[in-house]
Design a protein around this ligand. Sequence first.
Ligand SMILES: Nc1ncnc2c1ncn2[C@@H]1O[C@H](COP(=O)(O)OP(=O)(O)OP(=O)(O)O)[C@@H](O)[C@H]1O
Ligand SMILES: [Mg+2]
Length: 447
Amino acid sequence: MNVLLAEDERINRITLTDLLVKEGHDVTACEDGEGALGHLRTREFDVVLTDLRLPGAGGLDVLKEAKARSPHTVVIMMTAYGTVDTAVEALKMGAYDYLTKPFAPDRLLRILQHVRQFRQVMDENEQLRQRIRRIETSSIVGDSAPMRKLQETIRLVAPREYTVLIRGESGTGKELVARALHDQSPRRDHPFVTLNCAALPASLLESELFGHERGAFTGAVRRHDGYFERAAAGTVFIDEIDDFPLDLQPKLLRVLQEKEIVRVGGSASLGVDVRMIGATKKDLQEEVKTGRFRADLYYRLNIIPITIPPLRDRKEDLIPLAAHFFEKHGAREAFRKLSPPILEYLRVYDWPGNVRELENLVERVIALSDTLGVEEIVRDTLQIEPRNGETGASRRESGTSYSSLMELKEREIITWAMEQAGGNVTVAARLLQLPRSTLRSKLEKLK
Ligand SMILES: Nc1ncnc2c1ncn2[C@@H]1O[C@H](COP(=O)(O)OP(=O)(O)OP(=O)(O)O)[C@@H](O)[C@H]1O
Ligand SMILES: [Mg+2]
């Protein structure tokens, strides 16, 4: 580790430097506070080991400077007998530990050993956080044209402070998009708070959202912070915003315009630092026309509208989404059970419950497929009639001989593979584990 040592007594300085160098540390030693501050300004140290009493700037100044420059730097204080109170104060200011002089070298080495472990855990923690963030932000699945455009919009809009209004049918992923906007914004390390207007009675909504003062109403025994205060520096996601009570809408407008709230039963305005994202299943403009939603609030919210198309309008996303959900629920292998006819069921279905409905279906398949056939589960869940009519008809046309039935099956399989491969023969051949030339000749035969 990189160690900065500030110690005015020459003998101590030399002994400690020797000890630390022998342990493999990279040591910069200085004899007074000014010197230590100078080093801190030019480079970053893993550890600062400083005497509390130093000529020039004292150890506490060194501590303050080190922490201000880099919060990850670990500062260890050395203190003479009788100055322990100040050492405790140093701990409060962020010092990692202190040593009372004189101390055995082992004491110092043990502390450094802890520091090393502590740093490892911190590093690991940071890496995990980054990984989770990457998984979360990359988890909007879908490569259809509208989803690619949506991803692009999110990338552009997320880092800015714009208010966003998300529109989409039930289960299209409105909350997921709101989270992505938060996760890709500078507010990502602060809270993301969801308020569902439809789930809260109007009487509670006001105090939940804006907070209330003690005694604001019967039962308000203590002050209560609202969502806007709890989301400080973060994002407030208001779901089903079309349900927001009309008489409270001016208060919401005030948050957007002035970044201010007044608690229920209070009179002072409080500043709030939040970004607001709204979501609705309805056509808000229609709600404005019929007087259920204030026009001024609508325009303020609708600065950046994002519309998520229903799943039936982007069926290319079905297979990647299904694969994603099998993986998400820890059953990557089970995805293989979706045979071509099953995929065909998924394609003809209308998906009124959108992506959520697909996810529910996948969960059902995972739960039940040990006892039931997957095709049966899918048909039952989606309430689709068996395909007898269709295959029966083509069966009659092309005869019922073994070879014509085989050809029918072959056509189905090859069509499926070609669709999966986006028309690319090489990819389709690999998918079916067939030599490319064999697939080619079969394609020619089947036209
Ligand atoms: N493009 C997508 N990629 C991955 N998962 C998705 C996608 N869209 C939706 N989901 C998943 O589908 C489920 C439903 O999404 P979400 O809750 O965001 O929908 P919603 O629009 O808020 O629905 P509602 O209007 O009913 O509240 C969630 O588990 C979500 O993670
Ligand atoms: Mg939702």
